[in-house]
Design a binder for this molecule. Structure first.
Ligand SMILES: *[C@@H]1O[C@H](CO)[C@@H](O)[C@H](O)[C@H]1NC(C)=O
Ligand SMILES: *[C@@H]1O[C@H](CO)[C@@H](O)[C@H](O)[C@H]1NC(C)=O
Ligand SMILES: *[C@@H]1O[C@H](CO)[C@@H](O)[C@H](O)[C@H]1NC(C)=O
Length: 335
């Protein structure tokens, strides 16, 4: 027979751990971003250290930040790494939860990008956010559905660029219904677009099919139910052709891309230019713009880890060197 008191003991143990969460010996503000991270933890994040394992992961994070920051060049544009909502996770844990983008089995088109702007000079800075056609940053929580957030973000923007209203569409619908992906266990942007293009599924409003942070049964809507379907999509390999990629962004709207985001666990701001390989894609995001006004041109990248991560939920990635493999698999969507 099981002793009845045991569950209560567990509960108490869990509570006392939660309460004793201040990290001994960590002066607030001693590391770049510590203050911002402290703010972040007030906006609903689990405090960075909760257990022995959490503290060990936290100590490892501090060592990792020192290493990552040691690459900063003398110019002030380099990315800064430090304490944020992911510092209590070991990199393997972080990867297992958040980096669940899989590469697609489908080939990328390599056809020439044909568009009205092909022979026009690129503006020095462009961001679709300035046109009010980008929805707000969302939070995938513990769901490996980045691929769905990336694709749905692209569709929301394409729809608004077409002159329709800017609306949050259902990410959960894509997570639950895209049968050629794995829901919160991971998926591919190109597979999702292929599924949307084949089935003409209409994405309903987010408020009608809201995010649950876990995979559920696909809910079907009647044929007359309003929603947004896509007409087509294209996926490209733009490595070595990031200026072409910028033209595609201008012509088609925000681009769904996959990246190696292992070092993004510790990202606080600045332009990512090191510690990010190509050919190791594990995360999907949405590029909304670029900025070439400074010494280091960069892509403006919307993530799905909430607004307390990075720069209000965004990251900046250096242009022109396929940093993080950002140009390897790039998708535009047409609605
Ligand atoms: C923390 O939040 C407060 C209030 O929202 C804000 O005034 C302050 O600038 C923030 N600090 C940092 C470092 O983000
Ligand atoms: C970098 O430094 C220059 C000159 O001091 C300044 O004009 C620029 O705004 C700084 N850039 C950033 C990203 O802080
Ligand atoms: C999308 O579907 C249309 C038919 O509705 C097809 O002509 C087109 O080739 C498809 N696009 C891709 C990239 O497969």
């Amino acid at each position: 027979m099981k002793p009845l008191g045991l569950p209560w003991l567990w509960l108490l143990w869990g509570c006392s751990c939660g309460l004793g969460s201040a990290h001994p010996g960590l002066p607030r503000g001693a590391f770049p971003g510590a203050a911002a991270a402290a703010n972040g933890s007030h906006s609903g994040h689990v405090p960075p250290q909760r257990s022995e394992k959490g503290s060990a992961a936290f100590r490892e994070s501090l060592r990792r930040h020192r290493y990552l920051n040691s690459f900063s060049s003398s110019d002030n544009s380099s990315a800064v790494y430090g304490i944020n909502q992911f510092s209590h996770l070991f990199p393997e844990e972080f990867k297992a939860i958040y980096l669940r983008s899989k590469s697609s089995e489908l080939p990328l088109c390599n056809k020439e990008v044909k568009m009205p702007t092909a022979h026009m000079p690129l503006p020095i800075r462009f961001d679709w956010r300035d046109k009010h056609v980008v929805t707000k940053v969302r939070n995938q929580q513990m769901c490996g559905g980045c691929w769905a957030f990336s694709v749905v973000g692209g569709i929301e923007s394409a729809y608004a660029i077409k002159g329709e209203s800017l609306e949050d569409l259902s990410v959960q619908q894509v997570i639950d219904c895209s049968y050629n992906n794995f829901g919160c266990s991971g998926g591919s942007t190109v597979n999702a677009l292929n599924w949307l293009n084949k089935t003409h599924v209409r994405l309903v409003k987010d408020s009608e099919y809201s995010f649950k942070a876990q995979t559920g049964l696909c809910h079907y809507f009647s044929g007359s139910h309003a929603g947004v379907s896509i007409k087509d999509y294209s996926s490209y390999d733009f490595s070595d052709k990031e200026d072409e990629m910028a033209k595609a962004l201008l012509a088609y709207g925000p681009l769904a891309v996959i990246v190696d985001a292992v070092s993004w666990q510790d990202y606080l701001g600045g332009i990512i230019q090191h510690h990010c390989s190509s050919g190791e894609a594990n995360h999907a995001v949405l590029i909304t713009g670029f900025d070439k006004t400074g010494n280091t041109p960069y892509w403006i990248v919307r993530n799905s880890w909430g607004t307390s991560w990075g720069v209000d939920g965004y990251a900046f990635v250096k242009m022109g060197a396929n940093i993080c493999g950002i140009a390897d698999s790039v998708s535009a969507v047409f609605v």
